[in-house]
Design a protein around this ligand. Structure first.
Ligand SMILES: Nc1nc2c(c(=O)[nH]1)N[C@H]1C(S)=C(S)[C@@H](COP(=O)(O)O)O[C@H]1N2
Ligand SMILES: [Mo]
Length: 418
């Protein structure tokens, strides 16, 4: 392994003595750098006071860090999707303002005082909760990824979109505060023939999905906070369903009703779109769990290597709907040799994990890939392995290994190797 994360120079101190060790990371011997010798505007004037920014926002220098959509992907921006800028983020939490959005009828602007959550169907006592009622149940804090089943869906037939924001950005990872769905269902009393739960949204699409009662009683949350603050309107304010590890479509936003039934309902969405086509033209109707997946976020097409050869940090994210990610492998030569990446940050079930691989770039072309292993022992497949049993007609559940080609200039491109 060329990587040696313990070989650590101290930037800004002992430059002469440390020069040899530091050159690989780009630090220069002390010189007349105007960034050091000149006074900067921020050195010379008082800044804003504490009353200027009652709700803070990022530095203007970070204005390029934003959700983006792909205009040709959908007919209009109301029933559409935008993408999380994964290549601009680090750690495992997605900041609230950067969580990708997927709406079928735009963002519902709900007044929490007039919002109600109803439970009906096969229950002993149909109930109606106000937001205040919901918040009187014991709540829990849990971190989960939400991935749209269509994430990477444009890549089934070959590499298409040039950036991990677009190939993998239909995912976000949030610390939710919410009430276990089980508590609300138990309050209503599910009848013995109640086998399915249908959540319904309060937006104009009135989205519904069928969830088996076992999952509803297991780890689902009725969540009202994300990363400590109220849900954003884009993410379902004031309340959304959290269905850990399962496809994003089931995580109904602006949740207004939970119906309990004895069989799954027929939904427009799931039957027409959220169904996986197989090679022989048949469809598998229920694919709920998101299998293990990973992607290198840096370098990547929107985040080239700009520092030249020498010490280089590769990083990315990995996740699994079936558990945690104990291990990620990284290759820089298209899979000839694999290196075990370094994991850093919390390792929670059904949540994003962060990995790093540090190496000395010789300036030659690279073929970068990452491969996730989850806690069940499952290993992320190649795209060819996936196509072998799912065919090329699929759209959903593409968890194949992603390749970035990096040229001598450090420019990265979405490619496929086989
Ligand atoms: N009420 C409602 N819930 C919804 C949707 C919707 O359009 N309406 N879209 C679903 C889909 S397809 C996905 S992938 C996720 C996206 O959640 P997000 O917008 O927080 O990223 O919400 C799901 N819940
Ligand atoms: Mo979705």
């Amino acid at each position: 392994m060329t990587s040696n994360p313990t070989r650590r120079g101290v930037l800004g101190a002992g430059l002469a003595a440390g020069a040899a060790a530091l050159t690989g990371r780009g630090a220069k011997a002390q010189a007349a750098d105007p960034a050091i010798t000149n006074l900067q505007p921020w050195n010379q004037a008082l800044g804003d006071g504490v009353d200027a920014r009652p709700y803070g926002s990022p530095s203007p220098h970070e204005a390029h860090v934003k959700r983006r959509n792909v205009e040709w992907l959908t007919a209009d921006p109301v029933s559409s999707v935008n993408f999380t800028p994964l290549h601009e983020l680090d750690g495992v939490i997605t900041p609230n303002g950067l969580c990708f959005e997927r709406h079928h009828a735009g963002i519902a602007e709900v007044d929490p005082a007039r919002h109600r959550l109803m439970i009906n169907g096969l229950v002993d006592t149909p109930l109606v909760f106000t937001m205040q009622d919901i918040m009187r149940f014991p709540r829990e804090n849990r971190m989960y990824f939400l991935e749209c089943a269509a994430n990477s869906g444009m890549e089934w037939r070959g590499s298409q979109l040039n950036g991990c924001q677009f190939t993998h950005g239909m995912i976000h990872n949030v610390l939710y505060t919410g009430v276990p769905l089980r508590y609300l269902l138990e309050e209503a009393g599910v009848k013995t023939n109640g086998k399915w739960v249908m959540p319904e949204g309060a937006d104009a699409s009135a989205m519904t999905r069928s969830i088996p009662i076992e999952k509803a009683m297991d780890d689902c949350l009725v969540a009202f906070k994300m990363n400590g603050e109220a849900l954003r309107p884009e993410q379902g304010y004031p309340v959304r369903l959290v269905v850990p590890g399962w496809e994003g479509n089931m995580w109904v936003k602006w949740l207004r009703r939970l119906e309990v039934g004895d069989q799954p309902w027929h939904h427009r969405e799931e039957t027409s779109k959220y169904t996986d086509l197989l090679e022989d033209g048949s469809a598998r109707r229920f694919t709920w769990v998101m299998d293990a997946k990973s992607v290198i976020t840096n370098p990547s097409p929107q985040a080239p290597i700009t520092h030249g050869r020498g010490h280089t940090v590769i990083t990315g994210v990995a996740w699994s709907g079936r558990g945690s990610i104990p291990r990620v492998d990284v290759t820089i030569d298209g899979g000839k040799t694999w290196h075990q990446a370094r994991m850093s940050g919390p390792s929670a079930e059904k949540s994003l994990h962060r990995f790093y691989y540090e190496f000395d770039w010789d300036g030659g072309p690279l073929l970068l890939q990452s491969r996730a292993h989850d806690s069940t022992g499952y290993v992320q497949p190649t795209k060819d392995q996936l196509r072998a049993f799912r065919g090329e007609n699929s759209i959903y559940h593409n968890n194949g290994i992603q390749t970035w080609y990096v040229n001598e200039q450090g420019v990265a491109e979405n490619v496929e190797v086989s």
